[in-house]
Design a binder for this molecule. Structure first.
Ligand code: HXC
Length: 525
């Protein structure tokens, strides 16, 4: 009787076997103990992170077998698997990206020269292929044993971040510590993600801070997700977990093009472009002194009521993010009357400017929703440079050549009227609701200045004051002075805003502007 067939197990040649062993060793990271510690800290491994970020089976690893050259300080006795970083290319939602993922289990993910070269190679390939680059950072910073070579390695990365800026989208996820100058690569990228509780970014740690300034702080208060998403504005997106972070990155990429030569991919419109909105009619009917959350308006305008907000916790008086209109990706910039009455301050100006410049660099049209009483006044704002920093938003809008559609919802007063994508700084199509008030300032303030003497002589009579306020409001607090001069292209019923802006962007789709020939402008930094 014939023997049953044994499963065929091909024997590897000695060379193939040698390769298998090398690969296995390089892929083992820092070993079981270090992996256990990584998990105990609530963190995934470098490779698990890539599995979650990328489409299944698409990761192509490069430089797995790269090794350090440095032999100082006992490094000759250590094998550093993949030199502490996993790099290569893969796909997200079917589109190519380059990636690197620092491996904290290998010498704390510290950055030596070979480690830096791997990251640089991924960045160079991304730039040449015209695809986004995503960095997953989890590192103790410059590898101390490699001295100036590791500093040089960082500088090579910074240089590439700047060359790639505005050419390909760059995304950083901070998934552990990020200390010293290492924070500057993420800071140079377009979007920074942090995880609540496990991500930390700082120039110098709590000990150095205490020695230098006497201040006491811990990792979290100094450089945690809350600090950087609310106060400093370094972080654009906060995630509750690493899984959530990768889901969010995948969602963001859907709104972006692969590079600056392309437009973002449109999707099948999921919503009626002609949809009118009763809710917007009700917002327009509200008492002008009452506030509302601008998100209500954005959700109402967007396809499928979907809004991907950027910098959600920072400078909440200005809201920015991505929506789709008629299936096309659009960047929204909107004053938020429910915070600081929607006034512009330093943080809002910087937040808005950065977003406008991102959209302009990557051919994403801009929808500006205006409800702004002016710039936020005060000594603190002046001392901290509202003049210089507020000018950033103005500069960004003046420079932006993507299609720009503006809707003045309620207030558009003073310099803030000019800044918020007004016709004068080349808003392409500017609409206003009938309740809009477009003027140098609000009625109360204007009457106080124009009629100060008269009111004083009349003993500041309340009735006279009210008469003057009403008369000013009638004459100036409307969209009609602006409409009569063509500064507003059309006064539209609030209910019809979505169909209007969908048509406007459709019309402007192939807009082209040739700028002034120069090396580069000089934005007030
Ligand atoms: C070499 C490093 C390292 C580094 C960590 N390790 N950081 N090795 N160079 N920069 C090693 C540790 O010795 C340890 O090795 C392993 O990584 C894990 O580190 P632990 O300290 O055990 O982990 P943990 O307690 O989680 O603390 C993580 C940490 C801490 C907060 C990141 O390691 C730390 O403070 N590291 C130094 C951070 C720093 O000051 N970096 C330099 C910044 S200056 P073993 O063998 O014990 O497992 C900089 C300049 C950039 O980056 C310049 C750009 C312009």
């Amino acid at each position: 009787m014939a023997e049953p067939a044994r499963p065929h197990k091909p024997r590897l040649s000695s060379k193939a076997e040698a390769l298998r062993r090398r690969r296995e060793r390089a892929m083992a990271g820092g070993g079981a103990e270090k992996e256990k510690a990584q998990r105990a800290a609530g963190k995934l491994t470098a490779r698990e992170r890539l599995d979650l970020l990328l489409d299944e089976g698409t990761f192509e690893e490069l430089d797995l077998l790269v090794e350090k050259r440095c032999r100082d300080f006992g490094l000759d006795q250590k094998y550093l698997a993949a030199d502490g970083v996993v790099a290569g290319f893969g796909r997200v939602n079917g589109r190519d990206v380059c990636v690197y993922s620092q491996d904290f289990t290998v010498m704390g993910g510290s950055l030596g020269l070979a480690h830096a070269h791997k990251i640089c190679k991924a960045m160079d390939l991304a730039l040449e292929a015209g695809v986004p680059v995503i960095g997953l950072c989890d590192s103790g910073g410059a590898r101390i044993q490699e001295g100036v070579e590791s500093l040089g390695g960082y500088a090579e990365i910074f240089y590439r971040n700047v060359q790639a800026s505005g050419a390909i989208p760059q995304i950083s996820a901070i998934l552990g510590p990020c200390a010293g100058g290492a924070v500057y690569s993420p800071a140079l990228t377009d979007f920074v993600y942090m995880i609540e509780g496990s991500s930390h970014m700082f120039i110098t740690g709590p000990d150095v801070v205490r020695n230098a300034t006497g201040e006491t702080c811990d990792f979290e208060s100094l450089g945690g997700a809350a600090t950087h998403s609310v106060r400093s504005g370094v972080c654009h997106f906060v995630a509750g977990s690493e899984h959530d972070c990768f889901r969010q990155i995948r969602e963001l990429l859907e709104y972006l093009p692969q590079n600056c030569r392309e437009k973002p991919a449109a999707v099948m419109a999921s919503d009626d472009p002609g949809r009118k909105s009763e809710l917007l009619g009700r917002v327009a009917e509200m008492d002008a002194r009452k506030s509302y959350k601008i998100h209500e308006v954005i959700w109402e305008l967007a396809d499928g009521h979907q809004f991907l907000e950027v910098h959600k916790r920072f400078a909440r008086n200005l809201v920015v993010g991505f929506i789709r209109l008629g299936g096309e990706s659009v960047g929204v910039v909107a004053n938020n009357p429910s915070v600081l009455s929607g006034a512009l301050d330093i943080s809002a100006s910087e937040k808005g400017a950065r977003f406008v410049r991102f959209c302009d660099a990557f051919n994403i049209p801009l929808l500006t929703l205006v409800d702004v009483p002016g710039y936020w006044p005060g000594m603190e704002q002046e001392y901290n440079g509202i003049i210089r920093k507020g000018a950033k938003l103005l500069y960004a809008y003046c420079q932006a050549t993507v299609p720009k559609v503006t809707v003045v919802l309620r207030k558009a007063y003073g310099g803030a009227y000019d800044v918020m994508s007004s016709k004068h700084i080349r808003g392409d199509l500017n609409y206003a609701w009938p309740c809009a008030e477009i003027a140098v300032m609000g009625p109360q303030g204007a009457v106080d200045i124009l009629f100060r003497r008269e009111l004083k002589a009349a003993g500041n009579q309340q009735r006279r004051r009210q008469e003057l306020v009403d008369s000013y409001a009638k004459q100036f607090a409307s969209p009609y002075q602006a409409a009569q001069r063509g500064y507003v292209d059309e006064v539209i019923p609030a209910e019809e805003t979505r169909p209007k802006v969908v048509k406007a962007f459709r019309f402007l789709k192939n807009k082209k502007v040739v700028g002034v020939a120069k090396k580069h402008g000089n934005i007030p930094l």
